[in-house]
Design a protein around this ligand. Structure first.
Ligand code: SF4
Length: 437
């Protein structure tokens, strides 16, 4: 019997990476082998992102490229967020796609392959059905993303995620703890908790402020994992209990990603987001007081419909005032089906681009200024590899893929957490020397 092989292209965010890992796990468990060359794969899968148009264009480009390579006997599948919401459009744009698997149906990957093979009775190696894996994590070097929930019950005016993923679905704590224990066994050094909104964990089960309790249980279950990082907190839901836990635990890294999207109350109102900027100021001040050195990351949208120059300036001034460690800025994209689509896309593209650039230029200077303050200090760095004769890793201030790096002069093994004395600062990265013990 011919060997069963698959090739998988994972696009989009860390949550999609976890879904890709789930599919890969299910396929591997049923006898498939991953191949990096798509020409050698029986099943080719693109796990798409469908959040905004540029992401969908990227997904279609990947599907078209695999369509071009596709030969008789190979199957091409589109999975993920774009597949969930835009399946018919994918089928029209890429006629060589054999099947579509929305993000809510990821565990059904084998059934889909089975169905496609049954449409083709020549196939000799029909798949064996196995129960779907309940694990929801993805490895990233010595780190692992661990999904604690998916979907979102909020209705931010610009966001298509609830249309793609539906309302909150928190994983049972037992499943998350089982994953944490398994990742500890695997020697993982950093656990990164992800969800569309981690602070909403278990709200779908009627529990309030359940994230701190979950983290405490993870710390007890997997005490050998030295770092735990929290991504994607929602304004208004960073509780005192969470701040106190972060302050007291040496495992929970002093880092919080809290996407704020804007800083002008009128824009936030139009965005259907919490508009209490006073809460943001007070909470950031409280976190900085209780968790000295905390790195705070946020993301913002420039050019939301109707954003005036004065409203934009309020956002610019807010960045200037707060001095976030890390910032991402995106231009507004009109997404059909979202409530802000009714406003139209009123800010001209050139103005959006100019506003994004203005914010990012200033943030680059702020980031450089903050980085320079680390010169002479020692940071623990999780080593991830080697580049240009230096070791390269991340400190507590850097989440994988989105933040900076620390370049280290000295020898250390991948996965080790080592003290590094910082001697030079770039806009986003730091350079230092290993402190010999
Ligand atoms: S919190 Fe708002 S922006 Fe985030 S996923 Fe939910 S609806 Fe989208």
């Amino acid at each position: 019997m011919k060997e069963k092989t698959f090739h998988l292209v994972s696009l989009g965010c860390a949550k999609n990476t976890v879904d890709s890992n789930t599919m890969a796990g299910i396929l591997t468990q049923s006898g498939y082998r991953f191949v990096s060359n798509p020409r050698q794969a029986e099943v080719m899968i693109v796990n798409t992102c469908g959040f905004i148009k540029p992401a969908r264009d990227e997904a279609l480009a990947a599907l078209r490229e695999l369509s071009r390579l596709k030969k008789n006997g190979q199957y091409l599948l589109a999975a993920g967020c774009m597949a969930e919401r835009f399946g018919p459009q994918i089928a029209a744009a890429c006629p060589k796609v054999d099947g579509v698997l929305g993000t809510l149906h990821i565990p059904e990957i084998l059934s889909l392959i089975h169905q496609i093979q049954n449409r083709n009775p020549q196939r000799e190696n029909a798949v064996r059905e196995l129960p779907a894996l309940s694990h929801q994590f993805a490895l990233q070097g010595a780190s692992a993303y661990l999904k604690i929930a998916d979907g979102c019950s909020r209705r931010c005016a610009f966001c298509s995620i609830p249309l793609i993923k539906g309302n909150w679905k928190s994983r049972p704590a037992e499943d998350i703890l089982q994953d944490a224990a398994m990742l500890q066994e695997m020697g993982i050094r950093e656990l990164i908790l992800i969800a569309q909104d981690t602070t909403a964990y278990a709200q779908d089960r009627g529990e309030k402020d359940a994230l701190p309790g979950l983290i405490e249980a993870i710390l007890k279950t997997a005490p050998a994992i030295p770092w735990l990082r929290i991504l994607y907190a929602f304004p208004g839901f960073v509780s005192d209990r969470l701040i106190d836990l972060m302050a007291a635990s040496s495992t929970v890294q002093p880092y919080l990603d809290i996407p704020l999207q804007h800083a002008h109350p009128a824009v936030l109102k139009r965005m259907q987001r919490p508009d209490d900027i006073g809460w943001v100021r007070e909470t950031i001040a409280k976190m900085r007081e209780k968790i000295p050195g905390i790195a705070i990351r946020s993301t913002f949208i420039a050019g939301f419909p109707g954003e005036t120059e004065a409203e934009f300036n309020a956002l610019y001034d807010f960045l200037e005032e707060i001095k976030f460690d890390r910032v991402g800025v995106f231009p507004y994209y009109l997404e059909e089906g979202t409530s802000s689509a009714a406003y139209g896309d009123t800010v001209p593209e050139a103005v959006k681009t100019e506003r994004v650039d203005r914010l990012m230029r200033r943030q680059q200077e702020i980031s450089h200024e903050i980085n320079r303050a680390f010169i002479g200090k020692t940071l623990d760095v999780l080593i991830e590899g080697e580049q240009d004769g230096l070791m390269v890793g991340r400190s507590y201030r850097d989440a994988p893929e989105i933040d900076g790096l620390v370049f280290v002069d000295g020898a250390a093994a991948v996965g080790e957490i080592v003290p590094v004395r910082i001697n030079s600062a770039l806009e986003y990265d730091l350079i230092g020397k290993l402190v010999e013990k």
